[in-house]
Ligand binder design. Sequence first.
Ligand code: HEC
Length: 105
Amino acid sequence: MIKWFLSVLVLIFLPLSAYAVTGEDIFKSKGCSGCHSKSFDSFAPSLSTISKSYYNKKEDLKAFLRGNKPGLIKGEPKTMKGFINLTKKLNDSELEALVTYLLSF
Ligand code: HEC
């Protein structure tokens, strides 16, 4: 009985732990891709502009997404405010993954 129970637990938790959330998953699931394109600057800066502006400034990007610092590109966020409310709730490893994704362009 206990063996059966343990194998059910393993079957449930193994796939969960094997699944690592990527920065791209977060970027898409939080709706960021609706405004930020990879290389085209619209009213929202593109990921390539973000990557260039935050080159070697990863901590500033994290502080912006935590709501602790104005942006380097546009200063005080207006449109982004609601989305910072989403990114400030990410845990450290999720934020790290998102920032690594944003800086990979
Ligand atoms: C509704 C459109 C929209 C969505 C969705 C959106 N953004 Fe933005 N983002 C903007 C705009 C516009 C700016 C320019 C600053 C401002 O006006 O807030 C910006 C600026 C930024 C910047 C640069 C900040 C600076 O000035 O240095 C980053 C980084 C960023 N967004 C990341 C994200 C992430 C991550 C998400 C998803 C959680 C996201 N954005 C979702 C519109 C959007």
